[in-house]
Every structure is written in C-alpha cells, then in structure tokens.
Design a protein around this ligand. Structure first.
Ligand SMILES: C[S@@+](CC[C@H](N)C(=O)[O-])C[C@H]1O[C@@H](n2cnc3c(N)ncnc32)[C@H](O)[C@@H]1O
Length: 317
C-alpha cells in the first residue's frame, strides 16, 4: 500500500492534467512525488485519531491523502485558488477533511478552527493540535515561528523546509546558522527529529536541498517563579531577543540601547540576569534571553510596542 496514492510522478502529472493545472514557482509549488518521503513524514508526525492537523499548502493533496487515514482531522490552508476544485473533491470524499482558501500568514485562526470536521449540521469546530506541512519555502520559516508563537494548541510541528532553514532551526548558539530566529524558536519548541530530502523527490525539482524537522512544543520556565512563561512574557522575550540581535556587530548593550532601552536599566538587568553586557547576541542561548527579559520586565524597562519579527531574515528558497 502506498503512503499516498499521489506521491509518484505519473499520478501527479495525471492529476495536474485532469484539473488543467500548471505548477506555480511563485507559490513554491514543488509537489512531493516520492512515496518513501511521505512515509517518513508520517513516521515523524506519529498521527492518531486524537491528532487534528493543520496543513499549510496542500497543493493537489499528496501529503493530505497520506495523513487522512491516520488523523482525527486535517484542515488545509491553500493560497492558490485554482486548486480549490481539487480540494473540494477531497472534502467531498473525506468528512474528516476541510480546507480554507487564503494566505496562511493572513487567514484567521478562528476560520481554520471553524472549518471543522463532519458533514452539514454535524460539522464540529476543531482546534488543530499539530502542524504538518511541506511548506512553501519563501514563507516557511515565518509560518513555523508565527504558528508556534500564536497558537498554543499546537503541540508539535513536522515541516518540510529548505535545508538552510532546517539548519537555522537546529543551530546551537555560537554556530554559523544560529541567530535571532533560532533563539526565538527555542522559546516555543525543541527539535526532536530531522531527515534530509533531495530535489529529485519533488516535481518540479527545486534548486535547493530540503529537510523535514519535527519541533516539539517546550515550555520555558520563569526564572523567578519556575512556572511556565505565558504568551505575553514569551512575546516580550522574543522582542528583547530581536533587539539584542538588531545590530549584530555591536555588543548586546549597544544594540539594545539603539532599540530604545534605557542604559541604566539595561546595566542593572545584565547584572540581575548574569549576562555580560559586552557579549554578542549570537553567543547567547534562549535561556540567557529569558533571564534578561525577565529582569527587564521586573524593572518595567521593556519599551512599549517593541516589534517581533517572525521571519528568518535571509533564509528562504
Ligand atoms: C511545496 S508545495 C506542497 C504541496 C503538497 N503539500 C505536496 O507536498 O506535494 C507548497 C504549497 O503551498 C501553497 N502556498 C504557497 N504560499 C502559500 C501561503 N502563503 N499560504 C498557503 N498556501 C501557500 C502552494 O500553492 C503549494 O500548494
């Protein structure tokens, strides 16, 4: 039994022809045509009837069809409106499948939950608890961080990304791939699995290597109370992290001062958090930023409206 009936070049070509579709580079449409890769994604996702999947970018439903027999429900978000007839057919065939047309960075979470499962009046609202996707690479990094930061119901993410983005996701402090993106992602989860996927597994083949990573939600403890940090404190810590990385050649003290932090408050916070003011941000771990943000929050020294970036900067296909 194949993991997905569409995960081969012939079935994919026939499906595209049947619906009069052509793949769109602009939308990162590199469809999976390797059944072995679908099987490995399913292994990493460990879906069961309690799994409620949100998938970004179902395309013609290749991965979706692999997941549906194993999951309680799948709701997919697709930006390409020409794919709607394909997804409508799929929803007709599988009551546990629903879809939302739109940009995954813009659709409301409520519309995703409300898409629900079941037929007609029997439809029930379902909040997804896992993100599983072969992501469009130009927005992959942003989607992962934004979804984990904004949707606490997501307990894990199993995502195909450009290998370079996977390197950033997995990077250790001080390494070349480590940056603000990794430190912020570590506020929400930890990588527990990874495997590599060559370009030949896609149609058309992308120009870059890919990798699938599993990110498990992890809570970060408040250094004062030991309790898990809530969404507001996590967002404040992410903003402090961005400020520390804002000017990579500068020390964190100067980088943060340039972002509007009071120097006197910063100096007290560096002592309280046991973080060196002359350190460069790329040498600090997520836990260092948590202690620094905690000390700054206690002193009410975090400027209001400090921005948080979800993107990974230069990484994207
Ligand atoms: C790499 S393809 C994956 C297709 C399919 N899941 C597979 O594995 O073969 C990425 C999909 O994401 C869709 N997409 C691109 N940008 C999107 C966005 N911002 N929001 C939702 N879907 C998007 C594309 O149209 C495409 O269907």
């Amino acid at each position: 039994m194949p993991a997905s009936p569409l995960a081969n070049p012939t079935a994919t070509r026939e499906m595209l022809e049947r619906f009069g579709l052509a793949t769109k580079h602009r939308l990162g449409q590199n469809f999976l045509v390797d059944d072995h890769v679908i099987a490995r994604i399913l292994d990493l996702a460990r879906l069961d009837e309690d799994s409620h999947v949100v998938e970004v970018g179902p395309g013609i439903g290749t991965l979706t069809l692999g997941m549906l027999p194993h999951a309680g429900s799948v709701v997919s978000i697709e930006a390409d409106h020409t794919l709607e007839p394909v997804l409508a057919d799929l929803a007709h065939e599988f009551p546990s499948f629903a879809y939302v047309m739109g940009d995954a960075l813009k659709v409301s979470w409520e519309s995703v939950c409300a898409a629900g499962v079941g037929e007609g009046d029997a439809k029930i609202r379902v909040e997804p608890n896992i993100l599983v996707a072969n992501l469009p690479y130009n927005v992959a990094a942003t989607i992962i961080l934004k979804y984990l930061a904004e949707h606490p119901s997501l307990a894990a993410a199993v995502v195909m990304v450009q290998a370079e983005v996977a390197d950033r996701i997995c990077a250790a402090p001080g390494s070349k791939a480590y940056g603000a993106y990794t430190a912020k992602l570590n506020l929400y989860g930890r990588v527990t699995g990874r495997f590599e996927v060559p370009p030949t597994c896609f149609m058309p083949a992308p120009h870059v290597n890919s990798a699938v990573v599993r990110i498990e939600r992890a809570s970060v403890a408040d250094p004062e109370t030991g309790a898990a940090l809530g969404p507001e404190r996590l967002a404040a810590t992410a903003a402090v992290t961005d400020a520390a990385f804002a000017q990579r050649r500068k020390t964190i003290r100067n980088s943060m001062a340039a972002r509007g932090f009071e120097k006197a408050a910063l100096d007290e916070a560096f002592v309280a958090a046991d973080v060196s003011p002359t350190a460069r941000a790329e040498t600090l771990a997520c836990e260092d930023f948590v202690r620094l943000a905690s000390a700054l929050a206690a002193a009410e020294a975090i400027p209001a409206d400090l921005p948080v970036r979800f993107s990974a900067g230069g990484a994207g296909k």
